[in-house]
Design a protein around this ligand. Structure first.
Ligand code: SAM
Ligand code: SF4
Length: 399
């Protein structure tokens, strides 16, 4: 029996599971294929890193054959520190790095410390990690890993426990064809939509039905692939839970026929739209398709049927001006959106936008390991502060 330890650093939230969904999915996937691997799991609370890290018992990790790290932008240094300490053990485990931050550039960047790591997995990790854990000879870097066939079941198989949990996240598909330049979704490799088997998703819903209040569907865009069957099932089987769906205007617009609208209106659903901006220049700059007419048509239909929706807006995309940002917020307030969130533009590695820093005259500052944009060719640092101030008028929409 091989013993494997998974370590991630996550922003813990009250009433949500403390197990990372990505890790749970990997454990489920691999445990389904083999009985010869036993998994343990540590999640470090990103809100409370130093306390959690000081409680880590590195010496006890000697008992594992393999230790896998989820490398995300907010925890790179901490994970490298743990790896360094693991390497000082007399019988050190095999070390595997995966997670969004792992790219060829990242592997180059970590320089000397990369020799501490035995395997890097770039992209979806299911197939690659299974190979690392089961094959005798494996590659050092796994790249462009195929999307595996996906089977839901992290809750019904008790990989994620639900004690005291009211809100859970479920994936019904992966992939997004859109390619917005700022997005953390690793475009090029994940544009193809790949659905979980419908039966396994519906089985998971049945398990969750009487146990949790809210089910967040975290697909980057829900309205593709298997969405119709999922909605039909919730509709036909009397689910009282609240469901939230990540939504984007162009991809939903052609699908909102009378039948779907009627079903949605009788369910407890919230459509979470990324509005981002109402400036066409901004959308053009970030390679995101946008038609204001479509936004209005979609919202008219949702309003007519009384379907709840929320917006997220990004502060400071290239091409935004103080005026266009205010217009976006004013527009959002004028709709029936029940919540409006504004997020500062984060410059993420592994995105197109980070390579366009010079073209768009982007300047940024660092906070808690994240890089935030605070001026571009179209607005100054002072405009940025005014944008932030203007957001006060949506305070009541954030509750
Ligand atoms: C997965 S998207 C939402 C739904 C849909 N995919 C869309 O784009 O409209 C989640 C939200 O996170 C925010 N977001 C994504 N990348 C961001 C970045 N680099 N900086 C700030 N916010 C970002 C955006 O507001 C985005 O709408
Ligand atoms: S922002 Fe949304 S629509 Fe754009 S690439 Fe990311 S997930 Fe897809």
């Amino acid at each position: 029996m091989k013993k494997v330890l998974m370590i991630t650093c996550d922003y813990w939230e009250e009433e949500k599971p403390k197990t990372n969904l990505g890790v749970a999915t990997l454990v489920h996937y691999i445990s389904d294929k083999t009985d010869d691997i036993e998994f343990d799991y540590i999640s470090i609370d990103a809100n409370n890193k130093s306390k959690h890290l000081s409680n880590l018992n590195i010496a006890s990790m000697e008992e594992y054959n393999v230790v896998c790290f989820g490398i995300y932008v907010w925890c790179v240094d901490e994970m490298l520190d743990i790896t360094y300490e693991l390497n000082q053990l007399s019988e050190r485990p095999i070390i595997v790095f995966g997670g969004h931050e792992v790219t060829h550039e990242f592997i180059d960047r970590i320089g000397e410390s990369k020799t501490d790591v035995d395997h890097f997995i770039i992209g979806f990790a299911e197939e690659a990690l299974y190979a690392v854990l089961t094959e005798e000879e494996t590659k050092r870097v796994y790249d462009k890993v195929e999307i595996p066939s996906l089977v839901a079941g992290v809750y019904s198989n008790e990989i994620v426990l639900l004690d005291g949990v009211e809100t859970v996240s479920v994936e019904t598909k992966r992939g997004c064809p859109m390619g917005c330049s700022y997005c953390s979704y690793d475009v090029g490799k994940t544009r193809k939509i790949s659905c979980y088997t419908c039966e396994s998703v519906l089985n998971e819903f049945d398990f969750l039905k009487d146990k949790v209040k809210k089910i967040n569907i975290i697909d980057p865009i829900f309205w593709m692939g298997n969405y119709k069957r999922v909605i039909e099932y919730i509709y036909n089987n009397g689910f009282g839970n609240q469901f939230t769906f990540q939504s984007e205007f162009l991809s939903i617009s052609g699908k909102l026929d009378e039948e779907l609208l009627e079903k949605l209106s009788s369910l407890n659903v919230v459509l979470e739209f990324g509005l981002q901006s109402i400036s066409e220049i901004v959308h053009k700059n970030v390679g995101r398709m946008f038609m204001f007419r479509v936004v209005e048509e979609v919202l008219d239909k949702l309003d007519y049927y009384g379907i709840q929706y929320e917006f997220s807006i990004i502060r400071g995309l290239p091409g935004e001006t103080l005026e266009s940002y205010k217009n976006t917020i004013d527009y959002a307030i004028g709709t029936k959106a029940s919540k409006i969130f504004c997020y500062p533009l984060t410059l993420l590695n592994n995105t197109k936008l980070i390579q366009q820093k010079i073209d768009f005259e982007i300047s940024s500052f660092c906070e808690n390991g994240l890089e935030y944009v605070d001026s571009t060719y179209s607005y100054t640092k002072s405009d940025y502060l005014s944008m932030k101030l203007y957001e006060e008028i949506i305070a009541e929409y954030r509750k």
